[in-house]
Design a protein around this ligand. Structure first.
Ligand SMILES: [Cu+2]
Length: 334
């Protein structure tokens, strides 16, 4: 699903640029101005290659998850807009490879849970239903009152409501906070929570990558790792993106049992927006260290077509499934 907020603002942003250039109104007369206008339109058009998304009944569909955002349902109550989300915890089994399956807890039938998305200042309401056979909770990162902090257990078969204002803008997360938290997170109860800034970020091809681990033998070490749920999926199915297209990655590290991992991109450098809480980048690098629950916005465009890996530079972790590739499609195929 495209970014509703950015798309809504794309034309506005476009118009602002045109106003700045004095190109709105009576008409564009000079060839130079026309060229500038066409160039601008090319830059602003977000080009996303068509994806072949296989229908699957499983808990993870990494291709579908890449650009899938849950904007909730908008409701009007007492003159205020409420953005309402529904999350149901359940149990399921994930096939990590041809030989290994693993029992997990899921949210809305998927791991990681849905990428929830709101705009700063929205009133957010989360209806949480626990059908996962054990007490769980949902703890959101963000600013909110103590009673909405999601640390109280919600018994199996029960429901609760979390309600708070979406603030501050940034890339946040939510996860179960019942002890042992390591176990409850590692078995699947987590997801990304994006709060968009009041002034939208420029249009981009927006992609979600959640890094997580699987401790399948309960020894407090991960035997497998994954981007968006499935080990090695994007190595075998590279993510198609277009050459010269601005890519905006929302990256979350929710790997338990390892103190920190890095995120490394091949043959390129990315702008870092730490925790997604700035509108201007704080640094440019090709390896960024992320502790557990750290998340950032990383922006880049590829100059040359071809396949480029991304992975933690703890190579033992990459070799156990936290590996992927972008397939940069040449401009002429755009
Ligand atoms: Cu839990």
């Amino acid at each position: 699903m495209p970014n509703n907020f950015a798309l809504g603002q794309e034309q506005l942003w476009h118009r602002r640029q045109l106003l700045k250039l004095g190109l709105t109104g009576v008409g564009v007369t000079s060839a130079a101005a026309l060229w500038h206008l066409l160039n601008l339109q090319t830059q602003l058009k977000v080009r996303v290659p068509p994806l072949e998304i296989e229908a699957t009944e499983g808990v993870t569909n990494p291709m579908k998850m890449l650009r899938e955002f849950d904007y909730g349902t908008l409701k009007q109550e007492n003159g205020r807009t409420i953005r309402e989300f529904q999350l149901t915890a359940g149990t399921s089994t994930i096939q990590l490879n041809s030989a290994v399956s693993y029992n997990i807890w899921d949210l809305n039938g998927r791991i990681p849970g849905p990428t929830l998305r709101a705009k700063q200042g929205d009133r957010v309401r989360v209806l949480f239903l626990n059908q996962a056979g054990h007490a769980h909770s949902l703890h959101f990162h963000g600013t909110h009152p103590a009673e909405m902090d999601g640390i109280r257990p919600v018994k199996h078969g029960s429901a609760t409501i979390y309600e708070f204002d979406a603030e501050p803008y940034g890339v946040h997360l939510y996860h179960c906070h019942i002890e042992p938290v390591t176990r409850h997170i590692a078995k699947g109860l987590y997801g990304m929570f994006i709060i968009d800034p009041p002034t939208p970020r420029p249009p981009a091809d927006e992609i979600v990558l959640v890094m997580a681990g699987y401790d399948v033998n309960d020894d407090s070490r991960n035997e497998y790792y994954a981007f968006n749920g499935l080990p090695d999926h994007y190595m075998h199915h590279p993510i198609p993106i277009y050459q010269d297209q601005l890519i905006r990655l929302y990256v979350l590290n929710i790997i338990e049992f390892d103190p920190a991992v890095t995120f490394h991109l091949h043959a390129n450098f990315f702008d870092v927006y730490r925790s997604g809480m700035t509108l201007t980048p704080s640094e440019k690098t090709d390896v960024i260290t992320m502790g557990v629950a750290e998340r950032h916005i990383l922006e880049f465009a590829f100059r040359y077509p071809g396949k480029y890996m991304f992975h933690p530079h703890q190579d033992a972790i990459a070799e156990k499934g936290c590996m992927g590739q972008f397939d940069v499609i040449t401009r002429s195929e755009n």
